[in-house]
Design a protein around this ligand. Structure first.
Ligand code: FE2
Length: 267
């Protein structure tokens, strides 16, 4: 398994509090069967984009720990980039392994600001491939998954959290996660691991339960093949998404979505 969403840099964000916790997380991941990991620390504020030296220094520390402990895990640098109107993807941590293509991005859980679809569209036009982190935990998407469909139709990819599929983030997130898979909108499942306890880096359990529910070929695509392609900057395996029926119970929200994405139809 290949994990494209992890918080492993020590003392950087809300991930491991020190290098020893990082080391324990790496041991867990390897024991669980993970072979490659992208380190995607939160890049929340514009000022975090200026922390490149610190990020590279800590990434080197993690590499040293892996060598010292004789692990075979391969690690790559990335980031979980919060979308602001001014956000650029021009740093060494902006895209996976600095491949100038795949970037893991997030926005608020409570709302999708107006500028988000516009910025994602601009990045796509510039040749980037934004991967939206845990859409199943974003309230407007939980309430109306058509948002997710529109993002995928634009060209973005979606990454589910393993925990969401098991109900760790509640029933609504779990329901939404499975709905997105059933509508062929999901391209990755990753751990979003932060620690060795409640938000661990393990993937095996979800791999096995998803194989029972959806069959091995799909799960392998989401947890091995697409992650490998994203790290190497190659095209993803994408199925034709199935649209959601317009939600007549919430016409106002649907109209607002159409307004937000109207620019896509304009010349
Ligand atoms: Fe994360």
């Amino acid at each position: 398994m290949i994990d494209i969403h992890t918080h492993l840099l020590p003392e950087f964000d809300d991930g491991p509090k020190d290098l020893d916790e990082t080391r324990k997380m790496l041991a867990l991941a390897e024991k669980d069967g993970t072979t490659e990991v992208v380190l995607t620390s939160h890049i929340l504020n514009p000022s975090d984009h200026e922390r490149e030296d610190e990020i590279l220094e800590k990434f080197e520390l993690v590499k040293q720990v892996i060598r010292k402990d004789g692990r075979s895990l391969e690690i790559y640098l990335g980031g979980e980039i919060y979308v602001h109107p001014e956000t650029k993807l021009d740093r060494v941590f902006s895209t996976f392994n600095n491949n100038k293509k795949y970037a893991l991005v997030e926005f608020g859980m409570r709302q999708i600001p107006e500028f988000v679809p516009k910025i994602l569209f601009d990045w796509l036009m510039e040749g980037y491939k934004p991967i939206i982190a845990h859409p199943e935990r974003v309230l407007p998407i939980m309430k109306n998954p058509s948002y997710a469909y529109k993002f995928v139709q634009m060209g973005a990819a979606l990454q589910l959290n393993a925990g969401s599929l098991l109900g760790v983030f509640g029933d609504s997130a779990k329901k939404c996660a499975h709905e997105l898979i059933e509508h062929k909108l999901v391209h990755f499942i990753a751990s979003d691991g932060h620690d060795t306890n409640s938000r661990s880096i393990s993937l095996r359990k979800v791999y096995q339960s998803m194989v029972i529910k959806y069959g091995e070929p799909l799960v392998k695509t989401l947890m091995e093949d697409n992650p490998k392609r994203a790290i190497r900057g190659e095209e993803l395996i994408r199925e034709e998404p199935i649209p959601f029926e317009e939600d007549e119970v919430r016409p106002t929200r649907w109209k607002a979505l159409k307004r937000k994405l109207r620019f896509l139809r304009e010349p």
